[in-house]
Design a protein. Structure first.
Length: 394
């Protein structure tokens, strides 16, 4: 691929290197972006246009200048880190596109390595602690271990209840990361952002600081009630250390069909959120939309989740009644219009999680963490303006 400066040939990039760099995140289909398609077909590319495109996709342009040997070393390191996630029993809940972004995975592995290398944490006692417990005892153990006051949790609106739950997890050394598209935390170019909207929740095991990721703003279908369900599901995954199980986007179907250990994850999640003792009060009573919606509000889950739980527990034997109680799918709200831009501190904090920021912020202030290092850690790329704005909040 030819790179020109002022219409003069300046450099010839190895096409195999270019394709390999763009292939780091195959789900993003970066090689199909017009500028790269043109360049790989023989059309000379202006250096500034090339650099601007690299900024958009948040890949350092310098990577394209690496030799095959050096690039292979770099990509080998990235892949080895991903393999470490497999060794940690990486788990995901598939999103709209049935894909979990490798870019997000790579970012959070880097964050987790930073936390475990630079922080002092005891072995996480919750990991695996639910094994051998009865469902009701496991749900009670989650409440006790994380110090969750269920009366406080249920007294809040769903958004506030989600924040409360996140805080309880974070204060007990689970790093909660949330998907955001603002402030150049992730690429915002067309096509690429669809991958992130298709990414749903997943967990990464660690002996000291497990990480969980929930989609938050990146997926318009992930409402507060569903995020709460996802978060509790991932808490249960960590507690059982059964990371190989997934929760599909249409979890009502999987919930009804689940067997064995997967069923156990669902049962504990559902018991925590909507105890069987509560639904038993409706045994023999016709479940109505009013009952469904009241419980959805009171127990901080979606109306669909309430309906599925009733169905699974045998309160709605009739298929037609069950289907009638499932709310109609909500239309996806387009994100092409004006978007409220949260503050830089909020975006960085949400995506990277409490423990990453708690360790990185003092290191940034003391310059123990150099600016470029901090930018790659918190933003995933060099973002001078964003980092300058972030520094002002410290």
């Amino acid at each position: 691929m030819q790179i020109t400066v002022k219409r003069k040939n300046s450099a010839i990039l190895d096409d195999t290197v270019v394709r390999a760099v763009l292939g780091m995140y195959p789900e993003e289909k970066l090689v199909e972006r017009p500028l790269f398609e043109e360049g790989l077909s023989g059309t000379p590319i202006d250096f500034q246009d090339f650099r601007d495109e690299c900024d958009k996709i948040l890949i350092p342009w310098q990577m394209f200048l690496l030799s095959k040997v050096n690039l292979a070393t770099e990509l080998g390191h990235i892949e080895s880190q991903r393999q470490k996630v497999s060794q940690k029993l990486f788990a995901k809940r598939r999103g709209n596109g049935n894909v979990t972004s490798k870019r997000i995975i790579d970012r959070l592995i880097r964050c987790q390595n930073y936390v475990t290398t630079n922080g002092t944490f005891p072995k996480h006692a919750f990991s695996g602690s639910l094994n051998g417990m009865q469902t009701i005892d496991a749900a009670a153990h989650i409440v006790a271990y994380f110090g969750i006051d269920m009366r406080v949790f249920r007294s809040k609106k769903k958004a506030e209840a989600l924040s409360y739950l996140i805080k309880r997890l974070e204060e007990n050394n689970i790093n909660v990361c949330q998907g955001v598209l603002t402030n150049k935390i992730l690429p915002q170019v067309d096509g690429v952002r669809e991958v992130y909207k298709g990414t749903s929740g997943f967990a990464i095991k660690d002996e000291k600081v497990p990480f969980v990721f929930i989609p938050s703003e990146i997926n318009p279908n992930e409402k507060d009630g569903r995020q709460i369900y996802t978060l509790v599901y991932l808490m249960t995954v960590v507690g059982l250390e059964q990371y190989e199980f997934i929760l599909n986007k249409d979890f009502k179907v999987s919930l009804l069909a689940s067997r064995g250990l997967q069923k156990r994850i669902y049962d504990i999640t559902s018991e925590f959120l909507l105890p069987r003792a509560k639904t038993e009060q409706y045994r023999g009573i016709t479940i109505t939309e009013t009952i469904r919606d009241d419980l959805s509000t009171a127990y901080k889950i979606t109306p669909s989740a309430v309906t599925v739980i009733f169905r699974k527990r045998g309160h709605i034997p009739d298929q037609a009644v069950y289907e009638a109680l499932l709310p109609d799918p909500q239309p996806v709200v387009s994100d092409n219009g004006p978007r409220r831009q949260p503050g830089i501190e909020a975006s960085v904090r949400k995506f990277n999680g409490k423990h990453v920021c708690d360790l990185a912020n003092p290191a940034i202030k003391s310059r123990a963490l150099f600016p470029v290092q901090a930018q790659y850690l918190l933003f995933g790329s060099v973002n001078k303006k964003g980092f300058k704005d972030y520094q002002k909040t410290l």
